[in-house]
Structure formats: structure tokens, C-alpha cells
Write a protein that binds this ligand. Structure first.
Ligand SMILES: [Ca+2]
Ligand SMILES: [Ca+2]
Length: 266
């Protein structure tokens, strides 16, 4: 008589756990593939902006084992604290500058970092947070500030005296790479893109009566924008250094022109 084959409970559990393990491997592999594809798309998009707006570059700091400006007019960075040694770690595609919560970078004032084109600005940053304390990412007094505040990403445009603040409501996590693009289209809108998605926008077309420091006759040309660009902290313009960034910044690119896009990058 033929003996009927059957699974014991233990065999069944082994089979189920193997299936579960295989499924989780596939899921992880799929998630990793998706994340890699998203990073590739964002890198490509950053390169397209660079290609399109390169002529309007304030500067590009890629932190490939140096603090040099690789696109603007030699607006190279000065490390803070001066005399300190920059630490570079692996980033998204190359090296990233490590910020430990007490160091930062200053880009000294020059005519080429001053605003023009009606204060138009586009900022493109890749970064990873170590913690979610309040911290500055990049700023230029009295023009723009990109920072993390109460766990939310915020951009503030100050050149109007109107304090135009745009907050991203999406949750921010530590240990994850973010590609952030902020663009201000003069007299039209401010937009923030996070990993390819438009996550915040503000219509500013009705802010027509705002005060502008650079148009005030009591501020002669050249006297308004004398500050450095500050990356990773409010180092120079806060009286005493504060709000230091803690994490990695792979690249910062700043342009004096806006980008106009459909709602999402992809
Ligand atoms: Ca880099
Ligand atoms: Ca200046």
C-alpha cells in the first residue's frame, strides 16, 4: 500500500518561514532598487538644472575632498572653526562634508554671490540628518534661509521685510538622503521639492508692497549684501555661532535664477 506523503507541522513551519524569508528578501531588494532609481532620477535632475542654470551659478560646492566652488566665480569655502580640519565621508555619488554640530562653512562675500534678477534664487542640496534639532542648512543674510525647525524643513525669504516662510509638512527622518530643491520665482511663487516631489508652494504674487532692503534709497548699492553665505550653521550673522547642522551634506548648488517646473519632477 502506498504511503501517503504529508508534511509534519515542523516541516510546514520550515516551508512557511522559508517563503517568508524569500518574500522579505524580494521586498528589500525591490525597496533598494526603487531607492537607487529615485536617487538616479534626482541626480539626473540636479544635473539638468546645472546645465540649464549654470550661467547663473552663485556657486557649487561638491565637497570632493575640498571646499572649492566648482561652478561659480571661485567662491571657495572657508572652514569654521578656522584651523579645523574638514572631514569627508562617502555621500550619494562622491564625498560629502561631515558636520558634527559645531562646525560649518562660510563663503566669503563677493559681488558674484549678491542677489540679482529681483532676488530670484534656486538652491539644490543633498543632505542627511544625524538628528532633528533645529539647524541651519544654508543661509545668506538678509536674503534667504533654508533650515530645519521643530523637525520640519523650512525656507524663509527675507529680502522683502515680509518674512515669507514656507514649511514642508512631510516628516523628516535621520539617516536618510534627501534631495532638496527650493526655487523662488520673483513676484510669483516659492516652491520646495523633496526627493523629486513638490511638497510645498506659496503664491507670493500679492506681496507687492513689501519692503526691499536693496531698493531702499537709504541703503546705497553694495551696503546691503556684505555677509557670507553660511552652510551648516548661523556662524557669522547671528552674533555668536549657533544652529549648527549635524549630518552630511553631499553638494550645495545656488543659482540666481528660478526654475519653472510641472508639479513634480517625475
Ligand atoms: Ca559630493
Ligand atoms: Ca556683496
Amino acid at each position: 500500500m502506498k504511503k501517503q506523503k504529508s508534511f509534519t507541522i515542523i516541516e510546514l513551519l520550515v516551508v512557511v518561514s522559508i517563503i517568508g524569508l524569500l518574500a522579505s528578501i524580494v521586498l528589500v531588494a525591490t525597496k533598494e532598487a526603487r531607492e537607487k532609481a529615485a536617487i538616479a532620477r534626482n541626480l539626473q535632475f540636479g544635473n539638468q538644472i546645472r546645465h540649464g542654470l549654470g550661467a547663473y551659478a552663485v556657486g557649487e560646492w561638491e565637497f570632493e575632498n575640498n571646499l572649492n566652488d566648482t561652478l561659480g566665480e571661485d567662491n571657495h569655502g572657508d572652514y569654521f572653526p578656522s584651523g579645523g580640519t574638514p572631514v569627508y565621508e562617502d555621500g550619494v555619488v562622491g564625498k560629502a562634508l561631515s558636520f558634527n554640530g559645531s562646525n560649518g562653512l562660510l563663503i566669503p562675500d563677493s559681488n558674484s554671490i549678491d542677489p540679482r534678477n529681483d532676488l530670484a534664487i534656486t538652491i539644490d542640496v543633498w543632505l542627511k540628518f544625524n538628528n532633528l534639532s533645529n539647524q541651519m542648512i544654508v543661509l545668506r543674510e538678509p536674503h534667504y534661509y533654508l533650515y530645519l525647525w521643530a523637525g520640519k524643513l523650512e525656507f524663509s525669504l527675507e529680502g522683502f521685510g515680509c518674512s515669507l516662510i514656507l514649511t514642508v509638512q512631510d516628516s523628516i527622518e535621520t539617516g536618510r538622503w534627501y534631495h532638496i530643491i527650493v526655487t523662488y520665482i520673483p513676484k510669483d511663487s516659492i516652491k520646495i521639492y523633496l526627493n523629486g516631489k513638490q511638497v510645498a508652494s506659496k503664491d507670493v504674487s500679492h506681496y507687492t508692497n513689501c519692503y526691499r532692503y536693496d531698493l531702499d534709497p537709504s541703503n546705497p548699492p553694495g551696503t546691503v549684501y556684505t555677509t557670507p553665505i553660511e552652510i551648516g550653521g548661523c556662524i557669522d550673522s547671528c552674533g555668536s555661532p549657533t544652529s549648527f547642522f549635524n549630518g552630511l551634506i553631499e553638494v550645495v548648488r545656488i543659482y540666481n535664477m528660478p526654475i519653472t517646473l510641472a508639479e513634480d519632477i517625475y
